[in-house]
Design a binder for this molecule. Sequence first.
Ligand SMILES: Nc1ncnc2c1ncn2[C@@H]1O[C@H](COP(=O)(O)OP(=O)(O)O)[C@@H](O)[C@H]1O
Ligand SMILES: O=c1ccn([C@@H]2O[C@H](COP(=O)(O)OP(=O)(O)O)[C@@H](O)[C@H]2O)c(=O)[nH]1
Length: 347
Amino acid sequence: MADEVPSLAESKLTALVVDDNFVNQTMHHKLLDRLGIKNDVVCNGQEAVDVHCSGRNYDLILMDMEMPILNGIQATKRLREMGIESKIAGVTTRANEGDKKEFMEAGLNDFQEKPLTISKLLSILHRLDFHVQTYTMGSIADAANKEVNGTASEKRPAVIFVLGGPGSGKGTQCAYIVDHFGYTHLSAGDLLRAEIKSGSENGTMIQNMIKEGKIVPSEVTIKLLQKAIQENGNDKFLIDGFPRNEENRAAFEKVTGIEPKFVLFFDCPEEEMERRLLGRNQGREDDNIETIRKRFKVFLESSLPVIQYYEAKGKVRKIHAAKPIEDVFQEVKAVFSPEAEKVKRKQ
Ligand SMILES: Nc1ncnc2c1ncn2[C@@H]1O[C@H](COP(=O)(O)OP(=O)(O)O)[C@@H](O)[C@H]1O
Ligand SMILES: O=c1ccn([C@@H]2O[C@H](COP(=O)(O)OP(=O)(O)O)[C@@H](O)[C@H]2O)c(=O)[nH]1
């Protein structure tokens, strides 16, 4: 399945950097390079128009606003008048609301404040629906490692991934496992929601993705998980709701060097999960029928392949989750008893 996901490093995505500042030109060029996106650089809006007049076309244009000769707003308007359909992201410093509005109305698809970072660039790509949940492991892993103080590879705890569709009962059962077996529960969703509340620079992006039931870029989630692991004295963790796609999985293993001991998979029919989510009553913005359906689709298309990957390695412990909570836990308990683990390993 991993091979079916297009690699950004091998993708045909192209980009144009339009900026008059040499430092920004270099930085934007390098960030795109790190994601395997071929890119050209021009120094102002007029050059951006000229390069299109010469017949070149790009999937993405990163457009500065204040530039000599033709500024970003004028250049964006001109490109749209020329029928250029590339996705254009305005990347500016301290734009006031008026400028931002004018820039957007000129024909932008997205807007991002400088300085551009790898996280911000990944967010732009996600919002513009470029499929970047892919295999740029080197770059994403490097970025994540560089941006975290110390890596989880300094600490190699035992990790169990807890997976299953939305509402399958992952969080509920994790609480029981914590009580009985001394694990620390790390819910990727809870960490992301806490990040939104903290007012971090990624907050709005995370919030929008959760509202849409989309998967937040690996780099962001992995950083939060690494930090939580590092800050905790325990050496065994339940990671709940992660990895949600193949890219999450491969990036986590690469960045942390941790392979899960096993994967606890809560198997539950959609109708039951839907019923539970609609009755969850935790005030979650994504527990509405429209987003729930999107989350189910993402689960089937992106998360099940992760379970299949671990299944092939004999690491999946499947739990029949459409039963009362206590009954589900009986099955879970059996998985955690050392004897059950020995039997599994011998099979
Ligand atoms: N076995 C079960 N039977 C009925 N309701 C359940 C069961 N397990 C969990 N729930 C309820 O379903 C909702 C979703 O469970 P939760 O553990 O939050 O799921 P997940 O973490 O997989 O999204 C919660 O309101 C929870 O109380
Ligand atoms: O590793 C993760 C975990 C969660 N999410 C986002 O958080 C939402 C809620 O996830 P959570 O695990 O909290 O709840 P579930 O959907 O499993 O009920 C998902 O739909 C995703 O948008 C994500 O992007 N990456």
